[in-house]
Design a protein around this ligand. Structure first.
Ligand SMILES: [Zn+2]
Length: 281
């Protein structure tokens, strides 16, 4: 292969990672790598099905193979601080240094809900909602769901998990994980599921009624904190995770509605390695 061809191949490979797999050209990932879409001059997205790196949760394109699908996904295999993990309560360190997260969530206006082929995701249209973690401000970009949960609590998965993805001014990510158990129906999910977009609708649907984010969270915001990664390709690290101790409830019908579309969109737990699990006070 000539030098030129190698150069072209490298550029082409890099371009591939900018496109999403499946039906939706943007955002590329349902997880923290995917900020809310902007209308700024972006390159024309590659049409779905063309040159997209297809990854999934099963078989040849499933989690065991993500790193083999694309060189920029190599962290999925060689990373040493990957997510999700099993949260073993015997390993939690109560250092007293970390304060619980503080949410400053406004009612989310004009958010869009999209089925990106990997999950149902709600993208924030404004930057009004944020949280404080360790004295640092992280603005909410989007939230999405996994079935079953990605994190385990003492070896057990919950029925589902909500991820609220935030970013600070330096571009560092912080994700809040909320475990979901069957029980009472959640009013916000009722609202969202009544606007579930068709998977073919890659732009998603704008939600005219404001979303009460606090209704998605439990009362108690104590969490287990650790340093991890995106749970979807490219599995980038240095993500600040806060997995809330108190779960929330959804009705079984609300869970079933998501599960029908996404029977399994969870990455299995990864090795904790030398990382610490920190409680807060
Ligand atoms: Zn997620």
């Amino acid at each position: 292969m000539s030098r030129n061809k190698i150069g072209f191949a490298a550029v082409f490979a890099a371009a591939l990672t900018l496109t999403a797999c499946g039906q939706n050209a943007a955002p590329a990932s349902p997880d923290a790598s995917a900020p809310a879409p902007t209308t700024a001059a972006a390159p024309t997205p590659v049409k779905a099905g063309h040159a997209a790196v297809h990854w999934s949760y099963a078989a040849d394109t499933g989690p065991e193979h993500w790193a083999d699908l694309e060189s920029e996904f190599e962290t999925c295999k060689i990373g040493q601080a990957q997510s999700p993990i099993n949260i073993d309560h015997t390993q939690i360190v109560e250092s007293g240094d970390i304060k619980p997260i503080e949410t400053h969530y406004a009612k989310l206006e004009n958010a869009t809900i999209v089925d990106n082929g990997h999950t149902i995701q709600v993208n924030a249209a404004d930057k009004d909602s944020y949280m404080m973690l360790d004295g640092e401000k992280y603005t909410l970009l989007q939230f999405h769901f996994h079935h079953p949960s990605e994190h385990q609590i003492d070896g057990k998965n919950a029925e589902m998990e909500l991820h609220l993805v935030h970013e600070n001014a330096k571009g560092e990510k912080a994700v809040v994980g909320v475990l979901i158990h069957p029980g009472t129906a959640n009013p916000v999910i009722e609202q969202l599921w009544s606007h579930l977009p068709d998977p073919a609708n890659t732009d998603g649907e704008t939600l005219n009624a404001p979303i009460d984010l606090l209704a998605l969270l439990p009362q108690n915001l104590h969490a287990v904190h650790y340093e991890g990664s995106l749970t979807t390709p490219p599995c980038s690290e240095h993500v600040n995770w806060s997995v809330l101790e108190e779960p929330v409830e959804w009705s079984q019908a609300q869970i079933d509605l998501f599960a029908k579309r996404f029977p399994d969109n969870h990455r299995p737990v990864q090795n904790l390695g030398k990382r610490a699990l920190n409680g807060d006070d």
